[in-house]
Design a binder for this molecule. Structure first.
Ligand code: PLP
Length: 414
């Protein structure tokens, strides 16, 4: 690279990534092949439209690339192409979710109750939901109305009866499940029952768990969901991008075809995006092939084993974990009410202080709100830990025992 300034920055970031222990639950390390596809000449091409229906000439190869990516996406999650459609053009997770609401809100599904308000029933931010699940600072909450739900105060897990009652009262158009900071297995059947009872669609945002689902280490939402969105760069270990899957055969209450596939395609392009990023789509295709290999299955199970060890070791050392533990790649630690009182006896340390202290010692995490948090998102009560990135680097249970010991040493001291 001739640009020395940028080259130096890239080298410095590569070095930083190698040096630290990365416990950011939404990050991972992609393969050289994924990087090669991302940095390829495919970035030079404009390809507005879809395979076989482009607004620019010269798209023979791009058509093949996108078609291959779609095929691999459907195969990886064991979906019948007659039943499921995949759109691989969303640039990232947030635009993918926005595309779904854009597609649905202009349709007959606007509201099951027949009123004009398009309601998105989504998990509150401090309980583990994502901004794009209807939070007011995101476009999803500015353009549409969130019906917020939270976790059970005692178990810190989803209470499906509470959700059912809320859904029946509010009649949302769409129920969103799949979260940013929820460590447990989601009962997809329970979520489907909630959506069905309210006459709503079930949209699952499996961004965090997609790699676990692909590897068989977490239950698949596909048998129950109407729409599934996912980023490709978290546990799935691909480039930064997203996919929207939609059922082709969904009908509304009157029996009319909802054409979710066509509506979502239109919402992505021309609704929200222009030319797709063909290099990114090629890199997604590479990652999907990697995720279909037997080694990835092992990887997915190892992520969960590592997370369980990390959770158990922290718990054993006196740390309060939200919901008591984990079934996935992710752990939420309550650093504020941890039973290890600070010098004022007022609790532990804030999530920000915990994150800062760990970073100084080379362990990278993110501060995170906990359910019913009394503190602000800028300085919340907890930290979120994830095991996907370090599992990619070959770390196993014994390594995570050491990591737990280190974390306890750094955060436990006054
Ligand atoms: C559940 C969930 N959905 C969507 C997103 C948004 O993805 P992106 O940052 O690619 O826009 C995230 C990001 O962390 C997420 O956790």
């Amino acid at each position: 690279m001739k640009d020395i300034q940028v080259k130096k920055l890239i080298e410095a970031e590569k070095k930083r990534q190698k040096k630290v222990i990365n416990l950011i639950a939404s990050e991972n390390y992609v393969s050289k092949d994924v990087l090669e596809a991302l940095g390829s000449e495919l970035t030079n091409k404009y390809a507005e439209g879809y395979p076989g229906r482009r607004y620019y000439g010269g798209n023979e190869i791009i058509d093949k690339t996108e078609t291959l990516c779609i095929k691999r996406a459907l195969e990886l999650f064991k979906l019948d192409p007659n039943e499921w459609h995949a759109n691989v053009q969303p640039l990232s997770g947030s635009p993918a979710n926005l595309a779904v609401y854009t597609a649905l809100s202009g349709s007959r599904t606007q509201s099951a109750s027949g009123s004009g308000t398009f309601k998105i029933m989504g998990m509150k931010l401090d309980h583990g939901g994502h901004l794009t699940h209807g939070h007011k600072v995101s476009a999803s909450g500015k353009f549409w109305t969130q019906v917020p739900y939270g976790l059970d105060a005692t178990t810190e897990t989803i209470n499906y009866d509470q959700l059912m009652e809320l859904a029946m009262n509010e009649k949302p158009a769409v129920v969103v499940s799949g979260y940013t900071a929820y460590p447990r297995i989601i009962d997809w059947i329970g979520m489907k029952e909630v959506a069905n009872a309210a006459g709503a669609l079930l949209m699952v945002d499996m961004s965090h768990i997609a790699g676990l689902v692909a590897g068989g280490a977490y239950p698949s939402p596909f048998p129950y969901a109407d729409i599934v969105t996912t980023t490709t760069h978290k546990t799935l270990r691909g480039p930064r991008a997203a996919i929207v899957f939609a059922r082709k055969d969904k009908r509304d209450k009157a029996g009319n075809p909802m054409e979710l596939d066509k509506k979502i395609d239109k919402a992505v392009f021309p609704g929200l995006q222009g030319g797709p990023h063909a290099n990114q789509i090629a890199a997604v295709a590479v990652a999907l092939k990697e995720a279909a290999a037997p080694a990835f299955k092992k990887y997915a199970f190892q992520i969960v084993k590592n997370a369980r060890v990390l959770a158990d070791e922290l718990h054993r050392r006196g740390w309060r974990l939200i919901s008591g533990g984990t079934d996935s790649h992710l752990i939420l630690v309550d650093t504020w009410n941890n039973g290890k009182k600070n010098s004022q006896g007022a609790g532990g340390i804030s999530g920000k202080e915990a994150s800062d202290r760990l970073e100084k010692a080379g362990i990278i995490v993110n501060k995170n709100t906990i359910p019913f948090d009394i503190r602000s998102p800028a300085d919340p009560s907890g930290i979120r830990l994830g095991t996907a990135a370090e599992t990619t680097r070959g770390r196993k249970e014994k390594d995570f025992k050491m990591i737990a010991k280190k974390i306890d040493g750094i955060l436990g001291s006054q």
